[in-house]
Design a protein around this ligand. Sequence first.
Ligand SMILES: [Zn+2]
Ligand SMILES: [Zn+2]
Length: 112
Amino acid sequence: MTDEEKPITEVKIKKNKKCPPHKYKRKNLTRSKSKEPFLVFKCVECPHYVRTELAAGLEARCYKCNKPFNITVKQVSVTAKPICEECIVKSSKTKKLEAEVDTLLDEILKGL
Ligand SMILES: [Zn+2]
Ligand SMILES: [Zn+2]
């Protein structure tokens, strides 16, 4: 008898090597507008999601630079795409710069 038992083929589960920490984006899982919204932070790279009210303090990946950081309570309520502090500083600087350019342009236009 040479009945060889075939080894059970390994089930290959496609694992996203980047997760966790997950890269979150806020989503409303309620499709009907008449119902109360069910807000979650859904990972953009795997099926994982977490209710927004439970997301504060969780480790996540920055939506912009992919660096791991902890979601703050403020971000949970304000932002749809949580980003790290470095990127927040960067984006606020650009906004400030844009505002400065705007006022400068205004002044130039006034002078004309
Ligand atoms: Zn994920
Ligand atoms: Zn970042």
